[in-house]
Design a protein around this ligand. Structure first.
Ligand code: CTP
Length: 446
Protein backbone atom coordinates (compact mmCIF):
# COMPACT_ATOMS: atom_id res chain seq x y z
CA UNK A 1 0.00 0.00 0.00
CA UNK A 2 1.35 3.42 -0.97
CA UNK A 3 0.78 6.00 1.76
CA UNK A 4 0.70 9.68 0.86
CA UNK A 5 0.75 12.67 3.19
CA UNK A 6 0.04 16.33 2.52
CA UNK A 7 -0.36 19.43 4.70
CA UNK A 8 -2.11 22.76 4.61
CA UNK A 9 -4.28 25.28 6.40
CA UNK A 10 -7.31 24.70 4.12
CA UNK A 11 -8.97 27.93 5.16
CA UNK A 12 -12.20 28.75 3.27
CA UNK A 13 -11.77 25.49 1.36
CA UNK A 14 -11.69 26.16 -2.37
CA UNK A 15 -11.28 24.42 -5.72
CA UNK A 16 -7.47 24.68 -5.52
CA UNK A 17 -7.51 22.62 -2.31
CA UNK A 18 -9.92 20.07 -3.80
CA UNK A 19 -7.75 19.62 -6.91
CA UNK A 20 -4.65 19.26 -4.76
CA UNK A 21 -6.25 16.66 -2.51
CA UNK A 22 -7.54 14.70 -5.53
CA UNK A 23 -4.09 14.69 -7.13
CA UNK A 24 -2.45 13.68 -3.86
CA UNK A 25 -4.89 10.83 -3.40
CA UNK A 26 -4.22 9.62 -6.95
CA UNK A 27 -0.53 9.20 -6.06
CA UNK A 28 -1.25 6.25 -3.77
CA UNK A 29 -3.78 4.15 -1.88
CA UNK A 30 -4.08 5.98 1.42
CA UNK A 31 -4.05 9.75 1.98
CA UNK A 32 -3.29 11.45 5.27
CA UNK A 33 -3.99 15.19 5.41
CA UNK A 34 -2.30 17.33 8.05
CA UNK A 35 -4.35 20.40 8.93
CA UNK A 36 -2.52 23.16 10.82
CA UNK A 37 -3.74 23.97 14.33
CA UNK A 38 -4.88 27.53 15.05
CA UNK A 39 -1.95 28.19 17.36
CA UNK A 40 0.59 26.81 14.87
CA UNK A 41 -0.78 29.12 12.17
CA UNK A 42 -0.62 32.03 14.54
CA UNK A 43 2.96 31.18 15.51
CA UNK A 44 4.08 31.05 11.90
CA UNK A 45 2.58 34.48 11.26
CA UNK A 46 -0.65 33.35 9.53
CA UNK A 47 -2.87 35.65 11.52
CA UNK A 48 -5.93 35.98 9.35
CA UNK A 49 -7.22 32.45 9.07
CA UNK A 50 -11.04 32.58 9.10
CA UNK A 51 -12.14 29.02 9.82
CA UNK A 52 -11.06 27.46 13.06
CA UNK A 53 -9.24 24.14 13.04
CA UNK A 54 -12.41 22.06 13.54
CA UNK A 55 -14.16 23.76 10.65
CA UNK A 56 -11.09 23.26 8.46
CA UNK A 57 -10.83 19.58 9.39
CA UNK A 58 -14.54 19.11 8.61
CA UNK A 59 -14.12 20.81 5.23
CA UNK A 60 -11.17 18.55 4.31
CA UNK A 61 -13.13 15.46 5.39
CA UNK A 62 -16.11 16.57 3.30
CA UNK A 63 -14.01 16.43 0.11
CA UNK A 64 -13.98 12.66 0.52
CA UNK A 65 -10.30 12.37 -0.51
CA UNK A 66 -8.71 12.09 2.94
CA UNK A 67 -8.52 8.64 4.53
CA UNK A 68 -7.23 10.21 7.71
CA UNK A 69 -6.91 13.78 8.98
CA UNK A 70 -4.29 14.78 11.54
CA UNK A 71 -3.40 18.10 13.14
CA UNK A 72 -0.06 19.77 12.45
CA UNK A 73 0.99 21.60 15.58
CA UNK A 74 4.74 22.16 15.58
CA UNK A 75 7.78 22.82 13.44
CA UNK A 76 9.50 19.57 12.54
CA UNK A 77 6.33 17.52 12.86
CA UNK A 78 6.44 16.50 9.18
CA UNK A 79 9.55 14.39 9.75
CA UNK A 80 7.97 12.78 12.80
CA UNK A 81 4.73 12.03 10.94
CA UNK A 82 6.47 10.57 7.88
CA UNK A 83 8.28 8.08 10.10
CA UNK A 84 5.38 7.44 12.46
CA UNK A 85 2.84 6.75 9.69
CA UNK A 86 5.35 4.97 7.44
CA UNK A 87 4.75 7.40 4.57
CA UNK A 88 5.93 6.71 1.00
CA UNK A 89 5.13 10.06 -0.62
CA UNK A 90 5.00 13.61 0.71
CA UNK A 91 2.91 15.74 -1.68
CA UNK A 92 2.45 19.51 -1.68
CA UNK A 93 1.48 22.24 -4.17
CA UNK A 94 4.01 23.61 -6.63
CA UNK A 95 4.09 26.97 -4.81
CA UNK A 96 6.40 25.17 -2.39
CA UNK A 97 8.88 23.84 -4.98
CA UNK A 98 12.26 23.16 -3.39
CA UNK A 99 11.10 24.05 0.13
CA UNK A 100 10.53 20.46 1.20
CA UNK A 101 13.44 18.76 -0.59
CA UNK A 102 14.92 18.04 2.84
CA UNK A 103 12.19 15.44 3.32
CA UNK A 104 13.68 13.32 0.46
CA UNK A 105 15.79 11.72 3.15
CA UNK A 106 12.64 10.16 4.63
CA UNK A 107 10.29 9.57 1.65
CA UNK A 108 9.63 10.64 -1.94
CA UNK A 109 8.71 14.34 -2.29
CA UNK A 110 6.24 15.28 -5.05
CA UNK A 111 5.30 18.87 -5.96
CA UNK A 112 1.83 18.84 -7.53
CA UNK A 113 0.61 21.52 -9.95
CA UNK A 114 -1.08 24.37 -8.13
CA UNK A 115 -4.44 25.59 -9.41
CA UNK A 116 -4.02 29.07 -10.82
CA UNK A 117 -6.17 32.03 -9.88
CA UNK A 118 -7.45 31.01 -6.46
CA UNK A 119 -6.14 31.02 -2.90
CA UNK A 120 -7.45 31.41 0.63
CA UNK A 121 -5.72 34.79 0.78
CA UNK A 122 -7.68 35.95 -2.28
CA UNK A 123 -10.96 34.75 -0.81
CA UNK A 124 -10.23 36.39 2.53
CA UNK A 125 -9.47 39.65 0.79
CA UNK A 126 -12.62 39.48 -1.34
CA UNK A 127 -14.82 38.95 1.70
CA UNK A 128 -12.94 41.36 3.85
CA UNK A 129 -14.28 44.71 4.81
CA UNK A 130 -11.54 47.26 5.13
CA UNK A 131 -11.57 49.08 8.45
CA UNK A 132 -10.27 52.61 8.22
CA UNK A 133 -8.25 53.42 11.31
CA UNK A 134 -7.83 56.90 12.64
CA UNK A 135 -4.94 57.32 15.08
CA UNK A 136 -5.17 59.80 17.92
CA UNK A 137 -1.68 60.89 18.88
CA UNK A 138 1.46 60.87 16.80
CA UNK A 139 4.21 59.76 19.17
CA UNK A 140 6.59 56.79 19.17
CA UNK A 141 4.03 54.02 19.57
CA UNK A 142 1.77 55.50 16.88
CA UNK A 143 4.74 55.44 14.49
CA UNK A 144 5.29 51.77 15.22
CA UNK A 145 1.58 51.01 14.86
CA UNK A 146 1.17 52.08 11.22
CA UNK A 147 3.56 49.51 9.66
CA UNK A 148 2.03 46.77 11.81
CA UNK A 149 -1.45 47.41 10.35
CA UNK A 150 -0.05 46.56 6.90
CA UNK A 151 0.32 42.87 7.79
CA UNK A 152 -3.24 42.50 9.09
CA UNK A 153 -5.95 41.95 6.47
CA UNK A 154 -8.67 44.55 6.65
CA UNK A 155 -6.66 47.17 8.55
CA UNK A 156 -5.81 50.47 6.89
CA UNK A 157 -4.69 53.64 8.65
CA UNK A 158 -6.19 56.68 6.95
CA UNK A 159 -5.67 59.57 9.31
CA UNK A 160 -4.07 61.01 12.42
CA UNK A 161 -5.36 63.51 14.95
CA UNK A 162 -3.12 65.80 16.95
CA UNK A 163 -4.26 69.20 18.28
CA UNK A 164 -0.87 70.43 17.11
CA UNK A 165 -1.46 70.42 13.35
CA UNK A 166 2.26 70.68 12.55
CA UNK A 167 2.98 67.45 14.39
CA UNK A 168 -0.06 65.82 12.79
CA UNK A 169 1.12 66.85 9.32
CA UNK A 170 4.63 65.59 9.91
CA UNK A 171 3.29 62.19 11.01
CA UNK A 172 0.78 62.11 8.15
CA UNK A 173 3.49 62.85 5.60
CA UNK A 174 5.70 60.04 6.89
CA UNK A 175 2.87 57.52 6.61
CA UNK A 176 0.98 58.84 3.59
CA UNK A 177 -2.24 59.57 5.50
CA UNK A 178 -4.45 62.58 6.30
CA UNK A 179 -3.76 65.00 9.18
CA UNK A 180 -6.39 66.54 11.45
CA UNK A 181 -6.31 68.80 14.47
CA UNK A 182 -10.07 68.90 14.94
CA UNK A 183 -11.78 65.86 16.50
CA UNK A 184 -15.13 66.21 14.73
CA UNK A 185 -13.69 66.35 11.22
CA UNK A 186 -11.30 63.51 12.07
CA UNK A 187 -13.89 61.13 13.51
CA UNK A 188 -16.30 61.49 10.56
CA UNK A 189 -13.85 59.84 8.17
CA UNK A 190 -12.84 56.76 10.18
CA UNK A 191 -14.41 53.42 11.09
CA UNK A 192 -12.27 52.60 14.10
CA UNK A 193 -9.96 54.53 16.40
CA UNK A 194 -6.58 53.77 17.93
CA UNK A 195 -5.90 56.01 20.92
CA UNK A 196 -2.17 56.56 21.35
CA UNK A 197 -2.29 60.05 22.84
CA UNK A 198 -0.72 61.21 26.16
CA UNK A 199 -1.96 59.16 29.16
CA UNK A 200 -4.13 61.88 30.65
CA UNK A 201 -6.13 62.32 27.45
CA UNK A 202 -7.15 58.65 27.02
CA UNK A 203 -10.41 58.94 28.94
CA UNK A 204 -11.72 61.92 27.02
CA UNK A 205 -10.74 60.63 23.58
CA UNK A 206 -12.05 57.11 24.17
CA UNK A 207 -15.34 58.49 25.44
CA UNK A 208 -15.75 60.87 22.50
CA UNK A 209 -14.93 58.11 20.01
CA UNK A 210 -17.43 55.71 21.62
CA UNK A 211 -20.07 58.42 21.63
CA UNK A 212 -19.39 58.80 17.90
CA UNK A 213 -20.09 55.03 17.61
CA UNK A 214 -16.55 53.98 16.77
CA UNK A 215 -14.81 50.85 18.01
CA UNK A 216 -11.72 51.78 20.03
CA UNK A 217 -8.33 50.23 20.65
CA UNK A 218 -6.68 52.19 23.48
CA UNK A 219 -2.99 52.21 24.36
CA UNK A 220 -1.70 51.47 27.84
CA UNK A 221 -2.12 52.73 30.48
CA UNK A 222 -5.74 52.23 29.46
CA UNK A 223 -7.24 54.49 32.14
CA UNK A 224 -5.91 55.90 35.38
CA UNK A 225 -9.01 55.29 37.49
CA UNK A 226 -11.22 52.27 38.02
CA UNK A 227 -14.37 54.39 37.75
CA UNK A 228 -13.28 55.67 34.32
CA UNK A 229 -12.44 52.16 33.11
CA UNK A 230 -15.81 50.82 34.31
CA UNK A 231 -17.68 53.72 32.79
CA UNK A 232 -16.08 53.35 29.38
CA UNK A 233 -16.43 49.57 29.24
CA UNK A 234 -20.08 50.12 30.19
CA UNK A 235 -20.52 52.72 27.48
CA UNK A 236 -18.98 50.40 24.87
CA UNK A 237 -21.26 47.57 25.97
CA UNK A 238 -24.34 49.80 25.84
CA UNK A 239 -23.50 50.88 22.30
CA UNK A 240 -22.44 47.38 21.20
CA UNK A 241 -18.92 48.58 20.40
CA UNK A 242 -15.52 46.96 20.87
CA UNK A 243 -13.28 48.67 23.40
CA UNK A 244 -9.96 46.90 23.79
CA UNK A 245 -6.90 47.73 25.88
CA UNK A 246 -3.81 47.56 23.66
CA UNK A 247 -1.83 45.38 26.05
CA UNK A 248 0.39 43.93 23.34
CA UNK A 249 1.83 41.07 25.40
CA UNK A 250 -1.63 39.74 26.24
CA UNK A 251 -2.35 39.00 22.57
CA UNK A 252 0.97 37.54 21.42
CA UNK A 253 1.03 33.78 20.70
CA UNK A 254 3.68 32.77 23.22
CA UNK A 255 2.12 34.57 26.16
CA UNK A 256 -1.30 33.10 25.33
CA UNK A 257 0.16 29.61 25.26
CA UNK A 258 2.05 30.22 28.50
CA UNK A 259 -1.21 31.15 30.25
CA UNK A 260 -2.99 28.06 28.86
CA UNK A 261 -0.18 25.73 29.93
CA UNK A 262 -0.10 27.12 33.46
CA UNK A 263 -3.90 27.02 33.77
CA UNK A 264 -3.80 23.37 32.75
CA UNK A 265 -1.62 22.66 35.78
CA UNK A 266 1.77 22.03 34.15
CA UNK A 267 3.62 23.57 37.14
CA UNK A 268 0.98 22.65 39.71
CA UNK A 269 -0.64 25.36 41.76
CA UNK A 270 0.81 28.84 41.19
CA UNK A 271 2.18 30.20 44.48
CA UNK A 272 4.35 33.13 43.43
CA UNK A 273 4.89 35.37 40.41
CA UNK A 274 7.74 37.82 39.97
CA UNK A 275 7.52 40.13 36.99
CA UNK A 276 10.04 42.87 36.24
CA UNK A 277 10.27 45.49 33.56
CA UNK A 278 12.81 48.25 33.40
CA UNK A 279 13.63 50.62 30.58
CA UNK A 280 15.92 53.54 31.33
CA UNK A 281 14.77 56.88 29.95
CA UNK A 282 16.76 60.01 29.26
CA UNK A 283 15.34 63.45 30.16
CA UNK A 284 13.58 65.45 28.89
CA UNK A 285 10.84 62.93 28.20
CA UNK A 286 7.16 62.59 29.13
CA UNK A 287 7.97 59.46 31.16
CA UNK A 288 9.73 61.72 33.67
CA UNK A 289 7.06 64.41 33.68
CA UNK A 290 4.68 64.26 36.66
CA UNK A 291 2.26 66.61 34.90
CA UNK A 292 1.83 64.03 32.14
CA UNK A 293 1.33 61.15 34.59
CA UNK A 294 4.82 59.85 33.87
CA UNK A 295 6.57 57.27 36.02
CA UNK A 296 7.44 53.60 36.18
CA UNK A 297 3.96 52.61 37.39
CA UNK A 298 2.00 54.24 34.59
CA UNK A 299 4.55 53.15 31.98
CA UNK A 300 5.13 49.55 32.98
CA UNK A 301 2.49 48.34 35.42
CA UNK A 302 -0.07 47.73 32.63
CA UNK A 303 1.98 44.82 31.21
CA UNK A 304 3.46 43.40 34.42
CA UNK A 305 0.26 43.57 36.45
CA UNK A 306 -1.55 42.10 33.43
CA UNK A 307 0.68 39.00 33.63
CA UNK A 308 -0.05 38.59 37.35
CA UNK A 309 -3.79 39.11 36.94
CA UNK A 310 -4.04 36.73 33.97
CA UNK A 311 -2.53 33.99 36.11
CA UNK A 312 -3.80 34.72 39.62
CA UNK A 313 -7.06 36.51 38.87
CA UNK A 314 -8.72 39.73 39.97
CA UNK A 315 -9.58 38.75 43.56
CA UNK A 316 -6.46 39.87 45.37
CA UNK A 317 -6.41 40.43 49.13
CA UNK A 318 -4.06 43.39 49.46
CA UNK A 319 -1.58 45.45 47.51
CA UNK A 320 1.40 47.50 48.69
CA UNK A 321 4.16 49.46 47.06
CA UNK A 322 7.75 50.61 47.74
CA UNK A 323 8.78 53.43 45.51
CA UNK A 324 11.68 55.73 44.72
CA UNK A 325 10.63 59.12 43.39
CA UNK A 326 12.49 61.92 41.67
CA UNK A 327 10.75 65.24 40.94
CA UNK A 328 7.37 63.72 41.73
CA UNK A 329 7.82 60.76 39.38
CA UNK A 330 8.52 57.17 40.43
CA UNK A 331 11.74 56.05 38.82
CA UNK A 332 11.44 52.67 40.53
CA UNK A 333 8.46 50.92 42.08
CA UNK A 334 8.17 47.51 43.64
CA UNK A 335 4.65 46.28 44.25
CA UNK A 336 3.35 43.26 46.08
CA UNK A 337 -0.07 41.81 45.32
CA UNK A 338 -1.20 39.16 47.79
CA UNK A 339 -3.92 36.61 47.11
CA UNK A 340 -5.49 34.17 49.59
CA UNK A 341 -3.32 31.30 48.29
CA UNK A 342 -0.53 33.05 46.42
CA UNK A 343 1.67 36.09 46.38
CA UNK A 344 3.21 38.10 43.57
CA UNK A 345 5.50 41.04 43.03
CA UNK A 346 6.50 43.35 40.25
CA UNK A 347 9.51 45.64 39.94
CA UNK A 348 9.38 48.49 37.49
CA UNK A 349 12.10 50.96 36.59
CA UNK A 350 12.61 53.95 34.35
CA UNK A 351 15.53 55.36 36.33
CA UNK A 352 16.71 52.15 37.99
CA UNK A 353 17.81 49.12 36.00
CA UNK A 354 16.80 45.58 36.91
CA UNK A 355 16.65 42.25 35.14
CA UNK A 356 13.40 42.16 33.18
CA UNK A 357 12.27 38.59 33.50
CA UNK A 358 9.16 36.76 34.58
CA UNK A 359 9.23 33.81 36.97
CA UNK A 360 6.10 31.88 37.86
CA UNK A 361 6.59 29.42 40.71
CA UNK A 362 4.30 26.48 41.27
CA UNK A 363 4.03 23.44 43.49
CA UNK A 364 5.45 21.15 40.76
CA UNK A 365 7.85 23.40 38.89
CA UNK A 366 8.35 26.92 37.60
CA UNK A 367 8.22 28.87 34.38
CA UNK A 368 11.10 31.12 33.44
CA UNK A 369 10.61 33.77 30.76
CA UNK A 370 13.86 35.65 30.11
CA UNK A 371 14.06 39.41 29.56
CA UNK A 372 12.40 41.00 27.74
CA UNK A 373 9.54 38.73 28.82
CA UNK A 374 6.91 41.21 27.59
CA UNK A 375 8.03 40.50 24.01
CA UNK A 376 7.53 36.81 24.71
CA UNK A 377 8.95 34.44 22.12
CA UNK A 378 10.55 31.86 24.35
CA UNK A 379 10.06 30.34 27.78
CA UNK A 380 11.14 27.34 29.78
CA UNK A 381 9.32 25.09 32.17
CA UNK A 382 11.72 23.80 34.79
CA UNK A 383 11.37 21.01 37.33
CA UNK A 384 13.40 19.56 40.17
CA UNK A 385 14.15 16.67 37.81
CA UNK A 386 15.89 18.61 35.06
CA UNK A 387 15.37 15.88 32.48
CA UNK A 388 11.69 16.90 32.46
CA UNK A 389 12.47 20.55 31.60
CA UNK A 390 10.86 21.88 28.43
CA UNK A 391 11.69 24.83 26.20
CA UNK A 392 9.05 26.55 24.08
CA UNK A 393 9.88 28.76 21.09
CA UNK A 394 7.49 31.04 19.19
CA UNK A 395 7.69 33.84 16.73
CA UNK A 396 7.10 37.39 17.87
CA UNK A 397 6.92 39.24 14.60
CA UNK A 398 7.69 42.88 13.92
CA UNK A 399 6.82 45.19 16.76
CA UNK A 400 4.28 42.66 18.04
CA UNK A 401 1.39 45.11 17.66
CA UNK A 402 -0.09 43.03 14.82
CA UNK A 403 -1.53 40.57 17.35
CA UNK A 404 -3.61 43.17 19.14
CA UNK A 405 -4.72 44.70 15.83
CA UNK A 406 -5.77 41.25 14.60
CA UNK A 407 -7.65 40.54 17.83
CA UNK A 408 -9.38 43.92 17.70
CA UNK A 409 -10.60 43.42 14.12
CA UNK A 410 -11.58 39.83 14.77
CA UNK A 411 -13.75 40.99 17.69
CA UNK A 412 -15.46 43.51 15.41
CA UNK A 413 -15.98 41.07 12.53
CA UNK A 414 -17.18 38.23 14.77
CA UNK A 415 -19.24 40.53 16.98
CA UNK A 416 -17.37 39.55 20.13
CA UNK A 417 -17.41 42.30 22.70
CA UNK A 418 -15.22 40.54 25.24
CA UNK A 419 -11.84 38.95 24.65
CA UNK A 420 -10.57 36.00 26.68
CA UNK A 421 -6.97 37.14 26.14
CA UNK A 422 -7.71 40.20 28.24
CA UNK A 423 -11.12 40.29 29.88
CA UNK A 424 -12.77 43.62 30.69
CA UNK A 425 -12.69 42.83 34.40
CA UNK A 426 -8.94 42.16 34.09
CA UNK A 427 -8.41 45.47 32.36
CA UNK A 428 -10.38 47.21 35.13
CA UNK A 429 -8.35 45.40 37.81
CA UNK A 430 -5.05 46.57 36.28
CA UNK A 431 -6.36 50.13 36.30
CA UNK A 432 -7.42 49.78 39.92
CA UNK A 433 -3.90 48.82 41.01
CA UNK A 434 -2.38 51.76 39.15
CA UNK A 435 -4.98 54.04 40.76
CA UNK A 436 -4.22 52.75 44.26
CA UNK A 437 -0.57 53.60 43.74
CA UNK A 438 -1.35 57.04 42.36
CA UNK A 439 -3.63 57.69 45.35
CA UNK A 440 -0.80 56.80 47.71
CA UNK A 441 -2.59 53.75 49.23
CA UNK A 442 -0.05 51.55 51.03
CA UNK A 443 2.82 53.35 49.31
CA UNK A 444 6.15 53.65 51.14
CA UNK A 445 8.79 55.99 49.70
CA UNK A 446 12.37 54.79 49.88
N1 CTP B 1 -3.05 24.80 -3.23
C1 CTP B 1 -3.18 24.56 -4.59
N2 CTP B 1 -3.75 25.48 -5.39
C2 CTP B 1 -4.21 26.65 -4.89
C3 CTP B 1 -4.10 26.92 -3.51
C4 CTP B 1 -3.51 25.97 -2.69
O1 CTP B 1 -2.76 23.51 -5.07
N3 CTP B 1 -4.74 27.53 -5.71
C5 CTP B 1 -2.41 23.81 -2.38
C6 CTP B 1 -1.17 24.31 -1.67
O2 CTP B 1 -0.05 24.26 -2.54
C7 CTP B 1 -1.06 23.33 -0.53
C8 CTP B 1 -2.53 23.05 -0.19
O3 CTP B 1 -3.29 23.46 -1.32
O4 CTP B 1 -0.46 22.14 -0.97
C9 CTP B 1 -2.98 23.77 1.04
O5 CTP B 1 -2.62 25.14 0.90
P1 CTP B 1 -3.07 26.34 1.83
O6 CTP B 1 -1.87 27.09 2.21
O7 CTP B 1 -3.98 25.87 2.85
O8 CTP B 1 -3.95 27.19 0.74
P2 CTP B 1 -3.76 28.62 0.11
O9 CTP B 1 -5.00 28.91 -0.68
O10 CTP B 1 -2.47 28.71 -0.66
O11 CTP B 1 -3.72 29.52 1.40
P3 CTP B 1 -3.07 30.95 1.67
O12 CTP B 1 -3.59 31.86 0.60
O13 CTP B 1 -3.54 31.31 3.04
O14 CTP B 1 -1.58 30.78 1.60
Amino acid sequence: MTKVITYGTYDLLHQGHINLLRRAKELGDYLIVGVTSDSFDCERGKLNVRNNVLERVEAVKATGYADEVIIEDYIGQKIDDIQKYDIDIFAIGSDWIGKFDYLNEYCKVVYLPRTEGISSTMLREENQNTYHFGIIGSGRIANRFVPETKVVNGAKVVSVLNPNIYEARLFAKTHGIEAYSDFDSFIEKVDVVYVASPHLTHYEYVKKALLANKHVLCEIPFMLSKAEALELHGLAEERNLVLLEASKTAYCPAFGHLVTLIKSGIIGEVVDIKASLSKMVVPPTRELDAKQAGGAMTEHAPLTVMAIIKLLGVDWKDVNFHTKKESGVDVYTKGIINYPHATSSFTLGIGVKTEGNLVISGTKGYVYVPAPWWLTDYFEIRYEDQTKNKKFFYSYDGEGLRYEIQEFLSMIVNERRSCYKLRRRESVAITEIIEKYRNGENVIEI
